[in-house]
Design a protein around this ligand. Sequence first.
Ligand code: THG
Length: 713
Amino acid sequence: PAPDNRTYDTDLLEILSQRVVVGDGAMGTQLQAADLTLDDFRGLEGCNEILNETRPDVLETIHRGYLEVGADAVETNTFGCNLSNLGDYDIADKTRELAHAGTAIARRVADEFSTPERKRYVLGSMGPGTKLPSLGHTEYAVIRDAYIEAALGMLDGGADAILVETCQDLLQLKAAVLGSRRAMARAGRHIPVIAHVTVETTGTMLLGSEIGAALTAIEPLGVDMIGLNCATGPAEMGEHLRYLSQHARIPVSVMPNAGLPVLGAHGAEYPLRPDEMAEALAGFVAEFGLSLVGGCCGSTPEHIRQVVAAIADTTRGQRRITHEPSVSSLYSSTTLRQDASVLVIGERTNANGSKAFREAMIAEDYQKCLDIAKDQTRDGAHVLDLCVDYVGRDGAIDMTALASRLATASTLPIMLDSTETPVLRAGLEHLGGRCIVNSVNYEDGDGPDSRFHKTMELVAEHGAAVVALTIDEQGQARTPEHKVAIAERLIADITGNWGVEESSILIDTLAFTIATGQEESRGDGAATIAAIRELKKRHPDVQTTLGLSNISFGLNPAARQVLNSVFLHECREAGMDSAIVHASKIVPINRIPDEQRQVALDLIYDRRRDGYDPLQELMRLFEGVSAASSKESRAAELAKLPLLERLARRIVDGERNGLEADLDEAMTQKPPLAIINEDLLAGMKTVGELFGSGQMQLPFVLQSAEVMKAAVA
Ligand code: THG
């Protein structure tokens, strides 16, 4: 069911919308203060969760301490109820039991303090453990299944919410959240999930994730609140909270440490006084409109007493939220809509589409595969299309090898390109960021056994964006009307039955080659463009996309480059938002000679006349022309221009060869400063206009800037 349809067994979310909820402070510091013996730990020194069985009285006292000073919610003593922590003590099989016991203790005490007018709440604490799946220390599915056990215990014990906290690795967080959801489905009882990430003093999470990357990855998992805890005091959290306040569509929360720890006589000491903590949290509530505040390491009942008092005197600020549909790598977030450009999805990391990538993958030369990925990043790609499908190989194994490496090596989000559900799953279980799944269609219908159904289950669970192809039980749609009709069916289905937002759907109106000369494919380019235009009119929030290079299969590389570039330009004009392309091979439209451009347009729009077939004409124009020789012909064209115009044109074209000779000659005619101001800057102005209007992509702008720099020098 869609997240919106979920109903919860608690009124916590309603209360959060009415007023600020105050949580408790530290558990660990309070436990250290209690006089505990090794027997209390059953000999398992440091295993706090054992106390849920041996010393419930101690935990009751701690919870009472917080409820007495006015906390609305307490956290269970279950932070270490996870596989790596309990596994270290050889008691991983007790995960559910210990989670249950810890939650039941907090529930009892919270109920003691609850009145009909004011209920007290129990937050089931779910800590990260000591192993980071993004670094390969452990496996996603293994820890997810252990989190199911912990969540089942918390549900048994009567938790009002699960608080997944102190997260350093987005993949671990995903395992905890999706494990919790699976537990709820199994138990038939649903409670909210809150996700707290830990941002270090460096300004990112431990593995380097920016707060924007975290939000992009976490919000689509269907969590009910997002926030920060641990690592720092409130002072260091302000800017990250501001970001969440302005961009998250769900409530925002914070539980800072009582300042940055300093080393004292008895180990770490937390310097922030209760009044300072109270002032900081009240300030956050007023400025950022937070919904839940509390403390982490070093915060005591006295801190919480003063926080409660300060919050009571504080008016919660109004949040002004702008949401930009995005995907993310482990490190940073990328908007699906790009200003002045399509979202460029690099096509080279594809075992079908690149011989070099395929050979490297088969040879297990993963460094080479990563180099191909990095080349595309440098060429201006915003996302990488990753396809490992190749006949006779186990795609899930290849995907695991590549996705696990790209997870930390790629700063760009990944589009997982496969027709096989297990391959897509292998990708999603290794990537902590938010991916795009490429793709679903109705080739074998939409029944429970269809590929569509199986793939959408994955998309919905992982909160991925999804490419949907205009293919149905009758095959690939060829006319604009049929393409739009299938798109309408896909959009209604994916939003209505799978809870995915329109802005997370990338409709691919599919263009295959128009270069075969076959009568039935002649109209495909124009049909695709018409479908994009109509679709964008009907569904402005939906994204559109294409595998661009398909259009020119069969032509030689130089002709392909021109046809692809002209087709991309036409699709963009029609409103296309993204495309799978070879970024460095897309030529700005103004650099394509008029005749070539005209013939490419005639081919795309099938403008044949008596004695003129644009396909024949394009092939004739590029007969024996390599990509390099077409560069030579551009150089010859440049040489024909008058000197000063040529200098301006060099800037626009990013053409450095022969620059010095042209400048030497120009300096015999006028002073250098005049050349810079009148001619070179005129070129830069054109570059600015082309960039601003989306006709020139960043890599070409950078080339132009390089030539400008060289010329000025
Ligand atoms: N829609 C969606 N996904 C897609 C496609 C699509 N994924 C795959 C493909 N189509 C897009 N990707 C490519 C990648 C490479 C090429 C074309 C499309 C390509 N490669 C050259 C060739 O095969 O001749 C280069 C070969 C080489 O270097 O070895 O053209 O339509 N959703």
